[in-house]
Write a protein that binds this ligand. Structure first.
Ligand code: PEP
Length: 252
């Protein structure tokens, strides 16, 4: 059975003390709600990962990083490796976010290396894909997402692929307040599942969690998550507020 997942991407937000407060608030609230088997993942800045995994140890959520460098160790100033994250009990890592593709020029080929490096250490990639607005306007969105998924993920064996979570994040919806309609989200999620089925098999496609990301909030989460191929969300802005984030996490 594929998992329902809500992951919070804090990006580069919150001071240490603010992060401490938010983690505690989320952990306390999650104790009081019925998650109905959904998995909640917090992805804070790397500086706060240890504090977050400490709280997660006694709570109802998992922890993800926002980035890694695809080597175990070495002369890569400023970077962190999956080996380091593993020892901290970090279970997931966001890969291929549009902000990293745009500001840090990360290519599909480089993301393939990150995916392999994470899987080698037993961490699960949350692989982001999605088109920019001109690509959607030119009806190229399927083609763009297909290359992103194929070029970074389809070298994996079916067994390895089962550890990947996909997040469809139309770039025009990220941080804009413009959410994809439930029909647009469902259409792309079904398309991605079809790609997985064609490359691997129906079971692998059925087992893969495909999340939606892009201005998902407490008001629209339930409608989006009710779509048959939408298995939850990757949440940016709305994950910085404990009440709204927990509301989203209970929208299944
Ligand atoms: C994101 O950056 O992954 C994201 C989905 O952001 P937001 O929810 O703020 O649109």
């Amino acid at each position: 059975m594929r998992k329902k997942i809500v992951a919070g991407n804090w990006k580069m937000n919150k001071t240490f003390s603010e992060a401490e407060t938010l983690i505690t608030e989320i952990a306390d609230s999650l104790d009081d709600v019925d998650l109905k088997d959904a998995e909640v993942i917090l992805c804070p800045p790397s500086l706060y990962l240890e504090m977050t995994t400490d709280v997660a140890f006694e709570s109802n959520f998992k922890v993800g990083a926002q980035n890694i460098y695809p080597e175990d160790a070495g002369a890569f100033t400023g970077e962190i490796s999956p080996l380091m994250l593993k020892e901290l009990n970090v279970a997931y890592c966001i890969i291929g976010h549009s902000e990293r593709r745009k500001y840090f020029h990360e290519t599909n080929e480089f993301l393939l290396r990150k995916v392999d490096s994470l899987l080698k250490h037993g961490l699960r990639p949350i692989f982001c894909c999605g088109e920019v607005l001109p690509e959607r306007e030119a009806s190229r969105h399927f083609e763009v997402v297909k290359s992103q998924v194929e070029e970074s993920l389809f070298h994996l064996s079916a067994e390895a692929f089962l550890n990947v979570v996909i997040a469809y994040e139309p770039v025009w919806a990220i941080g804009t307040g413009v959410t994809a309609t439930k029909e647009q989200a469902q259409e792309m999620h079904a398309y991605i599942r079809g790609l997985i089925s064609a490359r691997y098999d129906e079971t692998t496609a059925w087992e893969t969690s495909i999340l939606y990301g892009g201005s998902c909030n407490g008001k629209n989460a339930r409608e989006l998550f009710s779509q048959p191929d939408v298995d939850g969300g990757l949440i940016g802005g709305a994950s910085l507020n404990s009440v709204e984030f927990v509301q989203i996490a209970t929208s299944f």
